[in-house]
Design a protein around this ligand. Structure first.
Ligand code: DAH
Length: 353
């Protein structure tokens, strides 16, 4: 009996030591010490022994049971520690690994150009202003020296809004140019003025070089003694800052109803440096003659100053205005053969900028 118990003990302790995880250990415990176990069977046989033997074997059995319990506890501890150790290995989070960045958007390239333009003029003291994009005829045309029915109005391909006509200000339109902000600015009566008005403009035209909605920026400087020289200086500053340090502007006489004198502003071509010829001697394909047309400019007509409540004998004003998209496209690097692609929300195009 004694031998039998000692052998059983060895067998159980071996099984305990060999249990490779916690559930296996639990199974060993049940099968070796549980009610139906060999050990329990052996205990039942104690009843058939003499009293002396029973006491001796009983004590031995108790010792063995304690020994097994201790072995089980120890093995459990070992297995638990091993489990935590491997958990720490497998489930470890390295908080220093860079995260997964969600895709980032960016400003539309027209907005980027607007920001650049505002930055350039603000360094000359021009403040950005905004005026209504749904505007009265009076601000759009009449205050700009274009009386009702004047043929010059036709050039602006205007969208008229189906709304009641104002007795003095006339019909409502979608602003076809940002010059309409000038009379509003003059009427504020705060002189001198250095404003840059950038907003959406609308015209009834759509083709490879026109979208019915586009943007214009309009500069207006009103002060005593403002001359064409100042205008040229402001435009040259813009050309250098926006297009590059070696670009120049040229003023070509033109006609606008709201300026006198009026000019078309050209910028020297970035490809042929204003010569019209490439180094190889062939004609520049971009400009053909060295200059690219930017937009209009001039000295504000006295009638416009008067309409805005400013005395033309005391004040003079320079003005210029043209399209943001066109100007941006002319900035080297961005060449598209259809301007409409700007507003088609096609990421293959937009993501490049
Ligand atoms: N508003 C004119 C247009 O849309 C452009 C323009 C010409 C603006 C001459 C000016 C200017 O300020 O002086 O065609």
């Amino acid at each position: 009996m004694k031998d039998k118990l000692l052998k059983l003990k060895d067998k159980i302790i071996k099984a305990v030591a060999e249990a490779s995880d916690l559930s296996e250990l639990e199974a060993v415990e049940v099968t070796s010490l549980g009610r139906k176990s060999e050990f329990s069977q052996a205990m039942k046989e104690l009843g058939g022994l003499s009293e002396g033997e029973r006491r001796e074997i009983g004590r031995l059995a108790n010792e063995i049971k304690q020994e097994i319990d201790t072995a089980v506890d120890q093995r459990r501890l070992e297995l638990q520690q091993a489990k935590f150790a491997s958990l720490a290995d497998q489930d470890r989070i390295d908080v220093t690994v860079p995260g997964i960045e969600p895709p980032k958007g960016h400003l539309h390239l027209t907005t980027q150009a607007i920001d650049d333009i505002v930055g350039i003029f603000s360094r000359l003291g021009f403040t950005r202003v905004k005026h209504p994009e749904v505007e009265w005829d009076w601000f759009t045309f009449e205050s700009l020296n274009m009386p009702p029915d004047h043929p010059a109005r036709d050039e602006w391909e205007t969208f008229f809004v189906n709304a009641p006509t104002h007795r003095k200000l006339g019909k409502m339109v979608l602003t076809p140019h940002t010059t309409s902000g000038s009379a509003r600015e003059l009427k504020k009566g705060r002189l001198p003025i250095r404003m840059i008005n950038i907003s959406k403009t609308y015209r009834r035209q759509i083709d490879v070089s026109h979208t019915p909605m586009f943007h214009q920026f309009e500069g207006l400087l009103v002060d005593r003694g403002v001359t064409v020289t100042h205008l040229k200086g402001v435009l040259d500053h813009f050309a250098r800052e926006f297009f590059g340090p070696d670009r120049r502007t040229r003023l070509r006489p033109f006609h606008f109803r709201f300026t006198e004198p009026s000019f078309e502003v050209d910028i020297s071509c970035g490809i042929c440096s204003g010569t019209g010829h490439l180094e190889s001697g062939s004609k520049c394909r971009l400009c053909k003659e060295g200059w690219l047309e930017l937009g209009g400019a001039g000295m504000l007509h006295p009638n416009v100053l008067k309409a805005g409540g400013v005395d033309p004998d005391e004040y003079s004003a320079l003005a210029f205005g043209w399209g943001v998209e066109r100007t941006m496209m002319m900035c080297s690097g961005i060449m598209v053969d259809d301007i409409r692609v700007l507003y088609r929300s096609d990421f293959r195009f937009l993501n490049q900028f």
